[in-house]
Design a protein around this ligand. Structure first.
Ligand code: BDR
Ligand code: CA
Length: 322
């Protein structure tokens, strides 16, 4: 006799989003908060990056409130990179980091605990291998946590991050992508930490372009979230259109949260990735052994391609839930 048991779906993956919002960070956070069946956002940690920390921690709370999630815990972390002064990107994101829509100042509190201590405490208190870190900005908070508490490295389930580039090379210098360039010393610590790493470099994010029909689909949701996302990408887009002549803005950071929900949208290779920290010319470059021409051990899955229509279908369907 056979017994049929009800299908049990996997519990949602517990994540900490480490972020420097940023319009594309905002969309990544919204996608995660719209997907509770797959993603359990334990907390959001802010880092200095696109704009200074005072704005990124505020923007993270603005985005949570836009999603109706005043309950999410938001922590402020490091206000400058490990070894160099902060480089910001107001030229891309505007002076607030979230230019585009008019969104109210947040009323939800910022947590008292430092983001680095929150990351350490969470990895120590949750079962080993059950917490995924999702860095969407410079890697300063994550590296500082790893330096302060090396015991957390083997407890990390995965690090899924946006950063780096190989075929697309640089966006902030000819050789380096912004998140890695801002804090290469931190990136080096993270890429050497031994935890499983999945990387969303410019090679894939530049294939996730918000074309006009895709942005019209966000706007057509007719909700505060749909309207705000359409206005954010309208703003963000002007920069990439002028620079690359592309037909829309790349949605970099949502590739991270989309991968958590639907990894089969993406393809990549498990390869060795090293960070250049010394050369003044190529500082912050992700030296990715895509072709396997060295015998350096693979340390990261470097994503190279995305089903862009599937990605935007997922994003629009999930944003509609908020
Ligand atoms: C990355 O840098 C930031 O400007 C974006 O938010 C993204 O995380 C792209 O290079
Ligand atoms: Ca970002």
């Amino acid at each position: 006799m056979t017994h049929s048991s009800p299908t049990q779906s996997a519990p949602p993956r517990k994540i900490i989003i480490d972020t420097d919002p940023g319009q594309d960070d905002a969309v990544a956070i919204l996608l995660a908060l719209a997907s509770p069946q797959e993603i359990d956002v334990l907390g959001i940690t802010a880092v200095a990056g696109n704009v200074p920390l005072a704005l990124t921690q505020k923007n993270a709370r603005i985005v949570c409130e836009l999603a109706g999630r005043h309950d999410v815990k938001v922590y402020a972390g490091c206000d400058r990179p490990l070894a160099h002064s902060l480089v910001t990107a107001e030229h891309v994101h505007g002076e607030t980091g979230l230019n585009g829509p008019k969104l109210p100042d947040p009323t939800m509190p910022l947590q008292d605990q430092h983001a680095v201590d929150y990351i350490i405490d969470t990895l120590r208190s949750e079962a080993p291998g059950t917490v995924t870190l999702c860095p969407l900005g410079p890697l300063t908070n994550i590296a500082t946590a790893l330096q302060k508490a090396p015991d957390i490295a083997p407890r990390i389930q995965d690090i899924v991050l946006m950063g780096g580039a190989y075929f697309e090379v640089g966006n902030i210098t000819p050789a380096a992508e912004f998140n890695i360039y801002v804090d290469p010393e931190a990136a080096e610590i993270v890429f050497k930490c031994g935890a499983p790493i999945t990387v969303m470099p410019l090679d894939v994010t530049h294939k996730a372009l918000v074309t006009k029909p895709r942005n019209d689909a966000f706007r057509a949701l007719g909700t505060p979230v749909g309207t705000a996302v359409a206005q954010m990408t309208d703003f963000f887009e002007r920069f990439d259109r002028e620079k690359y002549g592309s037909e829309g803005a790349p949605l970099h950071d949502p590739c991270v949260t989309a991968w958590l929900i639907q990894p089969d949208l993406f393809t990549g290779r498990h390869i060795n990735v090293e960070i250049e920290t010394a050369s003044p010319l190529t500082r912050g470059m992700t030296v990715a052994d895509w072709w396997g021409v060295t015998d350096r051990a693979p340390n990261a899955t470097f994503i190279g391609d995305v089903d862009a229509d599937g990605f935007f279908a997922l994003l629009t369907e999930r944003l509609a839930r908020l």
